[in-house]
Design a binder for this molecule. Structure first.
Ligand code: SAM
Length: 236
């Protein structure tokens, strides 16, 4: 099971899922994923004319919510390492101004220190183990300007037992069948349940992000079916 956190494994997984990702993401969250992205972005009141970094941007699913808060002086830097996801992001990019796409590993990226006023990450946390999450926290610390804000979200295991039973049954048993029926690939879609089960919720992410210069808050979405953290890097 160790290899599920290997970068090559994750990169290939998203390359393979890219053609059906949008639909499956929508179905697996019962259509909530769009609403959660919007809530995740709105959790940090983005101002116009600023630099926003979208980490693990996929096909640019968060952009419409981010760019609603932007103007001609704003910049969006979007980063992902899956070429197939990014091919689709490139198409979307044509609709917007000032979007720069980087095909890089987030844990070893070329974004300069203190670049971002805001950092968003939609559903990119669960494919990291604890060590990688700490490295992600270091990168967010490095990239953010003092007083910069971040909001991160992922699909989670709800704490309510009944909801947990049905939601996890759905993620682990039904989604792979749907993946098999409609997209011919139960194996890839099994991974969603596996990663989510191991991820639990974002409380442990908050711990990985706890440091002297960060204020971090745990956030739950729809009774814990998704969770995340939002916070601020304190000025120096
Ligand atoms: C579940 S998708 C989320 C896409 C999008 N942010 C959304 O809201 O739907 C996770 C994305 O993270 C990317 N990813 C995972 N690990 C990464 C890493 N180490 N560096 C860069 N991208 C990574 C994957 O390629 C994939 O596109």
């Amino acid at each position: 099971m160790k290899k599920i956190y290997e970068l090559k494994f994750v990169e290939k997984l998203f390359d393979k899922m890219s053609s059906s990702y949008a639909k499956v993401n929508y179905i697996t969250s019962f259509g909530f994923s769009e609403r959660w992205r919007k809530q995740c972005v709105e959790a940090i009141e983005i101002e116009k004319g600023k630099v926003v970094v979208d980490l693990m941007c996929g096909m640019g699913e968060c952009w419409k919510h981010i760019l609603k808060k932007s103007d001609a002086h704003s910049t969006l830097i979007a980063l992902d390492f899956s070429s197939e996801m990014l091919k689709r992001a490139e198409k979307k990019k044509a609709k917007y101004h000032n979007v720069n796409i980087l095909k890089e590993n987030v844990l070893n990226n070329s974004i300069e220190d203190h670049t971002a006023d805001y950092i968003i990450c939609g559903f990119g946390l669960k494919t990291f183990n604890h060590t990688q999450l700490k490295a992600l926290a270091n990168e967010i610390d490095r990239i953010l300007k003092p007083n910069g804000k971040f909001s991160l979200i992922d699909v989670s295991v709800p704490e309510n037992k009944l909801l947990r039973f049905f939601y996890m049954f759905y993620l682990k048993r039904i989604i792979p069948v749907l993946g098999w029926l409609f997209f011919g690939s139960p194996e890839n879609y099994k991974m969603l349940g596996i990663y989510t089960q191991k991820f639990g919720n974002a409380k442990h992410i908050r711990l990985a992000f706890q440091r002297h210069n960060f204020e971090v808050e745990y956030v739950e979405y729809f009774y814990g079916c998704a969770s995340g953290i939002k916070g601020q890097k304190l000025g120096t």
